[in-house]
Ligand binder design. Structure first.
Ligand code: XMP
Ligand code: MG
Length: 183
């Protein structure tokens, strides 16, 4: 799929397909270096992190395992509240595991703060975070994010796993939507 397939839906491309691919190889080499000699469990947060997980995992030289979680954060409208419910839990016992959470985007950071302490409480040896995108709000909260792909402005973005009403996840780049799409 490319921009031609999307007609007038796209307002602005923020991160191109090539930029994503290039950044993911850089992040993968950082991860390979940091986890040298250790077994890593990648934990993808459904559904948005599917594309990041697929491409990051293949850019790694490390032999990793992968597992998935689905969470929903309660909140009014589009803002997350930090109250999180597990929709699908991991199949893996985290005791003594080196866990790397793979996320698409961090906005308020509330979802990840909760996830971080939840996974730590299961006896993992370490839990770190890797996210493709980070919004400005996330920088304000006290959340140690080890690997960040790109900082994006405080706008609603779609593509590369991110959706608007479950659409646009298969757009290969990250973009903002034209206002008519929301109307
Ligand atoms: P918090 O605020 O807890 O929430 O960091 C992060 C989650 O909110 C979703 N999110 C977005 N989804 N475009 C999306 O498609 C966006 O611009 C956006 N901002 C936040 C996403 O599910 C993320 O995991
Ligand atoms: Mg998400």
């Amino acid at each position: 799929m490319d921009q031609n397939d999307l007609g007038t839906d796209i307002e602005k491309v923020l991160v191109t397909e090539a930029q994503i691919a290039h950044r993911l190889t850089e992040m993968a080499s950082d991860i390979d270096r940091d986890y040298q000699g250790r077994d890593v469990l990648l934990v993808g947060v459904l559904k948005g992190a599917v594309m990041v997980m697929a491409d990051l995992a293949r850019a790694l030289h490390s032999r990793v395992r992968m597992d998935w979680m689905a969470v929903s954060s309660y909140g009014s409208g589009t803002k997350s509240s930090g109250v999180v419910r597990i929709l699908k839990d991991l199949d893996t016992d985290l005791k003594d595991q080196h866990v790397l959470i793979v996320e698409d985007i961090i906005d308020s950071g509330l979802t990840l703060s909760w996830l971080l302490s939840n996974l730590r409480s299961r006896g993992a040896a370490s839990v770190e975070i890797c996210t493709l995108l980070r919004k400005p709000e996330a920088v304000k909260v006290e959340l140690d994010v080890r690997y960040v792909g790109f900082d994006v402005p405080n706008e609603f973005v779609i593509g590369y796993g991110l959706d608007y009403a479950e659409r646009y996840r298969n757009v290969p780049f990250v973009a903002t939507l034209a206002p008519h799409v929301y109307q």
